[in-house]
Write a protein that binds this ligand. Structure first.
Ligand SMILES: N[C@@H](CCC(=O)N[C@@H](CS)C(=O)NCC(=O)O)C(=O)O
Length: 201
């Protein structure tokens, strides 16, 4: 059976939702990000998410979602599939990095006097990126348009991070409406319940 290591409200929320959506039995294992990982923790860099299946260890939220969520992917060779990968790439390589600047500036420099500048840069960068996502999601109903895909829960958790980072989220009504649509799905509600993410900001 597949085992997914996740942490409350982390990027692991997205593969957690995808596993729940596809309906395959899996073992969810909660990780406390504030304590050192136990010996033998499967992620080579100590992060969540990590998926383990019969000795096969898979890291990176995007890769895990593609591996487990083929039924939530547009068909191979379609423009829509290209859009899903594009969006997941923006989320993992840009939005996530901006949020890390805000939450963990020490990951960027040991010079504590530079931490505030890194955080401020992260706030501005993340706001610009959310504005881009606002335009991309538009009327939706889903992140890439008509099809609900692996990108949807990924957008939703990063939209939540915008609230956690106390950005001005009133400027993103399309993302808010999209988040509400995604959170209305039973599988998403089950994961929100398991992760203890209510009340949702
Ligand atoms: N590129 C990785 C990033 C993984 C990552 O940074 N995960 C965060 C949670 S969102 C984490 O484990 N943070 C705890 C830490 O860095 O110690 C992915 O997309 O899976």
């Amino acid at each position: 059976m597949k085992r997914l290591y996740w942490a409350k409200g982390a990027c692991s929320f997205a593969p957690h939702v995808v596993l729940e959506e596809v309906g395959e039995r899996f073992e969810p294992v909660q990780v406390d990000p504030n304590v050192p990982r136990p010996t033998g923790y499967p992620h080579p860099r100590g992060h969540v998410p990590v998926l383990v299946e019969d000795g096969f260890v898979l890291t990176e939220a995007h890769a895990i979602m593609v591996y487990v969520g083929e039924t939530l992917m547009p068909a191979p060779g379609t423009k829509e599939r290209g859009r899903v990968h594009e969006l997941c790439g923006i989320l993992s390589s840009a939005v996530h990095v901006a949020y890390r600047q805000i939450r963990r500036p020490a990951r960027f420099t040991d010079d504590e006097s530079a931490h505030n500048g890194i955080k401020q840069h992260g706030h501005a960068y993340m706001t610009r990126l959310l504005a881009e996502l606002e335009g991309r999601v538009g009327k939706g109903p889903w992140a890439i348009g008509e099809q609900y895909t692996i990108a949807d829960p990924y957008v939703v958790i990063m939209h939540r991070w915008g609230h956690t980072a106390e950005l001005d989220m009133s400027q993103f009504p399309a993302l808010k409406a999209h988040s509400e649509r995604v959170r209305a799905r039973p599988a998403v509600q089950r994961v929100i319940e398991r992760e203890g993410l209510n009340p949702w900001p």
